[in-house]
Design a protein around this ligand. Structure first.
Ligand SMILES: Nc1ncnc2c1ncn2[C@@H]1O[C@H](COP(=O)(O)OP(=O)(O)OP(=O)(O)O)[C@@H](O)[C@H]1O
Ligand SMILES: [Mg+2]
Length: 408
């Protein structure tokens, strides 16, 4: 949907003088000393897919706001290109658009949500939410219907006739979010929209946005300086340092495999439980820690070296057939299913009476919760139902502490 190619912004009286120094990989500090110019963004390149939340994260001053403003040309980049897949005109290079085309682009295709939403004080909440659509030239009826729908989504359905001053800060923030979501712009640019909120409301808003996004599938560029926030809502995360993007990846890739010291520092304090997946931490089936336990009726059995009395039977395709403990069949259920069924929670002493399976994308938090239902290892299966590995306590602990695969 958006492709940035070497987007660069130098602030100062002679931006061009800094460009060759960037090519020599001089740092932001060195360039300031040599030329007096400030590097805002240094050759940033990335792809944002249609329907994803792309989060940009980094410390204060690293260039996040400058970069997002280059995308809709509130700031003109010094160098580089930004391609946008326009719904009617195919790929357009935003850096080549004239003023008129830019105004249309901002009105129709890219709406921007700021940290301070600046609601219009003399308009009702409903009319504030509809404001973006008004600029787009939508009719009054359509505007009000759409505005009400989004207001319902953010949990402010009954507040449409109130004025912003009658709402708390957190509620105003929701109105701002609703205003951004209400237009049918393909791209939503959000610059730290939640950073002024207190922590509990902030988490609420993150969940709200993820929930709404599951319905609307907007393409969102989301700026934050909070890695946990980036990981909660981002499908991909780009990490910025001194104007440069130093790593791009899924939240799990960033957490498991930080590529620089700077990224590692952020990751150290991040919460892995919603990010690390079963596929990453499972003891893989081809590990030499599995021992064959014979074959019966075309079903081959194996067990973990450290747990000989629990056997897993697999058919020829590698799909889980049965689980046995002390040679007795144990019922097998899906993790997702039991987690939804509080009443299925057995007494502590009976947690060995059930075996669970989960998909490769189940998150650590859910596998930890599974311990309330079963103490047997969780069998991790792929889309075809083939067993990929097992997760027992060592893998879980490793997942929390080390954030990656097999314990050495
Ligand atoms: N208009 C400007 N003129 C000169 N320098 C600027 C201007 N805007 C930003 N800068 C510089 O560019 C760099 C990046 O600033 P930017 O505002 O993009 O950072 P940020 O990552 O958004 O920080 P924050 O998290 O504090 O919002 C900083 O060194 C800043 O001093
Ligand atoms: Mg900023």
């Amino acid at each position: 949907m958006i492709r940035a190619e070497n987007v660069t912004k130098i602030f100062g009286s002679d931006p061009e003088s800094a460009i060759p120094l960037l090519e020599e990989n001089k740092t932001k500090e060195e360039i300031r000393e040599l030329t007096g110019q400030t590097v805002g963004v240094n050759k940033a390149s990335f792809d944002i897919q249609q329907g994803e939340v792309f989060a940009i994260m980094g410390l204060s001053g690293c260039g996040k706001s400058t970069l997002i403003r280059c995308i809709n040309r509130i700031i003109d980049p010094t160098a580089g290109h930004i391609f946008f897949k326009h719904p009617d005109r195919g790929e357009v290079d935003i850096t080549q658009l004239d003023e008129e085309a830019l105004r249309t682009l901002r009105k129709q295709n890219m709406s921007m949500v700021f940290q301070h939403f600046a609601l219009l004080p003399h308009r009702t909440v409903l009319s504030n939410v509809g404001y973006g659509m008004e600029i787009q030239g939508r009719g009054r009826r359509k505007r009000q219907e759409a505005a009400q729908r989004v207001l319902d989504m953010v949990g402010l359905g009954p507040w449409g006739r109130s004025y912003p001053s009658e709402l708390s800060g957190g509620m105003q923030q929701r109105v701002g979010l609703a205003r951004g979501l209400a237009t049918d712009a393909e791209v939503l640019l959000m610059d730290e929209p939640f950073s002024a909120l207190d922590p509990l409301i902030k988490v609420d808003m993150q969940q709200e946005l993820t929930r709404i996004q599951r319905e609307l599938h907007r393409t969102i560029l989301f700026i934050t300086h909070d890695l946990d926030e980036a990981m909660r809502i981002g499908d991909h995360i780009a990490i910025m340092e001194d104007g440069k993007i130093v790593q791009i990846g899924s939240p799990e890739q960033i957490l498991v495999n930080p590529r620089t010291e700077y990224v590692a520092k952020f990751v150290e304090h991040a919460d892995p439980t919603g990010v690390i997946t079963a596929g990453t931490i499972a003891l893989p089936l081809d590990s030499d820690k599995f021992v064959s336990a014979g074959e019966r009726d075309g079903i081959s059995y194996l067990h973990r070296q450290d747990l000989p009395h629990v056997r897993y039977g697999m058919d020829r395709e590698g799909r889980l057939h049965d689980v046995q403990m002390d040679e007795q069949d144990v019922p097998v259920r899906r993790l997702e299913e039991v987690l939804e069924d509080e009443s299925a929670r057995p007494a502590s002493s009976e947690r060995t009476g059930l075996a669970l399976t989960c998909g490769e994308d189940a998150v650590l938090r859910d596998i930890l919760r599974s311990r309330l239902y079963s103490t047997l290892p969780v069998a991790v299966t792929n889309g075809d139902g083939r067993v990929r590995g097992l997760i027992d306590d060592p893998e879980l602990i490793n997942g929390i502490l080390e954030k990656r695969g097999e314990i050495p």
